[in-house]
Design a protein around this ligand. Sequence first.
Ligand code: FES
Length: 143
Amino acid sequence: MATIYLSVGQVAKRSGLPVSTLHFYERKGLIASVRNSANHRVYRREVLRRVTVIKVAQSAGVPLSEIAEALSSQPTHSVPDTKDWARISEAWHDDLTRRINALTALRDKMAMCIGCGCLSVKRCPLVNEDDHLAKEGPGARLL
Ligand code: FES
């Protein structure tokens, strides 16, 4: 089967991402292009699936550096298959769960602060809740 190549504009249109973002991804090594006979930058069609993985991961809050690390085990021209996606998502699962729990706790604490705005060190749960050094007295304790 012949390889199908897409221009950066076609990838942008089909992925919904700006051309500048695709170029950024390429500079970061997340995707790769090749030059066609007219010396234009083109992408294999498989790049669309790779871009989808990047978009999904970014929407879940996974930092680009971690996405790059997860995808680095695959050649930039390959398509992440079901097995690859399972391996990648498993690696992010614990971190996502930790962040979800932290955000849920933050949301619940913020509910107490709605309409208050005091940001009191003594009673607001958003302000330095885990300040264990406060027991040692006021001011900087580690200097
Ligand atoms: S802002 Fe007043 S309790 Fe948080």
